[in-house]
Every structure is written in C-alpha cells, then in structure tokens.
Design a protein around this ligand. Sequence first.
Ligand code: FES
Ligand code: FES
Length: 254
Amino acid sequence: MKRISRRKFLRRTGAGVAAAPIVSTLGSSNAAAQTTAAQTTAPPADGRREIRIVVNGQQRRLRIDDRWTLAEVLRDHLDLTGTKVGCDRGECGACTVIVNGDAVYSCSYLAAWAEGATVMTVEGLARNGTLDPLQQAFIDHDAPQCGFCTSGQLMSAKALLTKVPNPSETQVKHALAGNLCRCSNYNRYVEAVLATAQANPRGTRQRSSAAAASGSVGATSSQSGAAATAAGASSNGSPSTTATSAGGPRSGGR
Ligand code: FES
Ligand code: FES
C-alpha cells in the first residue's frame, strides 16, 4: 500500500473542502440567480443596518449595530449628551427620552427598535432659544439640585403633559415615579409640573369646561375631581388604566 505523508494528506483534503462549495454552486442550473440573491441579501461588511429616525424634528439616517441602545446612539453618535446614563439598566430614569409620545428608558431600548420613530430628547424642548415652560418651571421651583436626574424628569413630565394637559398630583407623581433623584427633591419636581399645567391654556380650558359641566365653578374639590376624571383618573383621585398608561417610562421591549 502506497504511504502518504501527513503533509500531503492535509494538502489534498484541504483543497477538497475548499473546492466543495464552489462545485456545488456552479453545478446547479440556477447558479447565477443564487449568486445574485446571495449578494443582495448578504449583510453589509460592517454588520450594521441603516435606520431612519426623526430626532428633535430632524431626519437622521444612521448605520447602527443591533446591540446599540438608543442612549448610546443619542449620546455617542448624535452628540446629544443631555440624555444622561446613570444605572444603564432601566432603574434610575436618567436616560428617559420620548419615543412616539411615550417616555422610555433609552438605556434599555435598542436603537433598532426606533426605526421610523419620532424621538425627542431634552435638547428638543427649548425653541429658538426660549425654554419650554416646563424647563422654566423647574428653574422657578428650584427643582434641579445636582441636575443629573433633571433631563429624565423633564422628559417624563413632558410626555405626561402632552397626553394629559391637566394632571392631578397623583398622576404627576405616577409619571415621575420611574425617575429617581438622589438629591431627593421630588416635591419640587412635582410642584413644577403642576404649576406648568396650571399655566397651560389647554389645561385651563379643560379645567373650566369640567367645572362648568359640574356647575360648581370655584369649588376646588369638585373642580379637581372632574378635571381628573376628564384626564383619565377615577373620581377618588387614584389613577385609572388610562392614566397609568400615560405615566412612567417604559423599560424597553416592544
Ligand atoms: S440609565 Fe438608569 S434607567 Fe437608563
Ligand atoms: S437633582 Fe440631583 S439627582 Fe435629582
């Protein structure tokens, strides 16, 4: 029996393995079509996908890794560092932004999920150099202390007031419940949000019509109860399902 060296054996089998896929592909009748399909469906060399999102009113096209979070994209690739990262695991709320009207934890929200979405960060609140009324109220009520939680608090409050212009105190507390403040200035944050709602014409109209409907203009308890009901809260002031769904950032997932 003819002896074959280890080197020759490896060289021959290696060539066979390398040639095998070429032979099978070229041997099929629709080899050209298969090759074309493979080329068009193959992932790009860098393994990234393109997404389009509207951030603070501006259309953006980005190439992202599937593993990137929205917080990473906003901070590291769009330079929107007003969004803070505290815990990076969906617990503190510092990273809260608004996605399609909902407050979400951007540290726990994959950027890929935001494809086609409208995103608002704290940088999108001020218009033409004028602070959003919420930002002004935060300042007026001395709410920010160290300020690390502030952008998250603002975005949770903004999401609430956009959906519920005249929230009850309970609804405000519920909406901010997912935003921790190490400086413990929770009362000031709640006061500021309520003051913004009081000054908001949408909220004022809602309060007036609710009071007129109840026939008790000036009766504070009836007024707040009716307005809270119109806003989705039950008559005893506790949040209803609607109010619950309006408040508190979501922790990723779709
Ligand atoms: S950084 Fe704490 S919840 Fe996102
Ligand atoms: S103001 Fe310091 S953590 Fe909230």
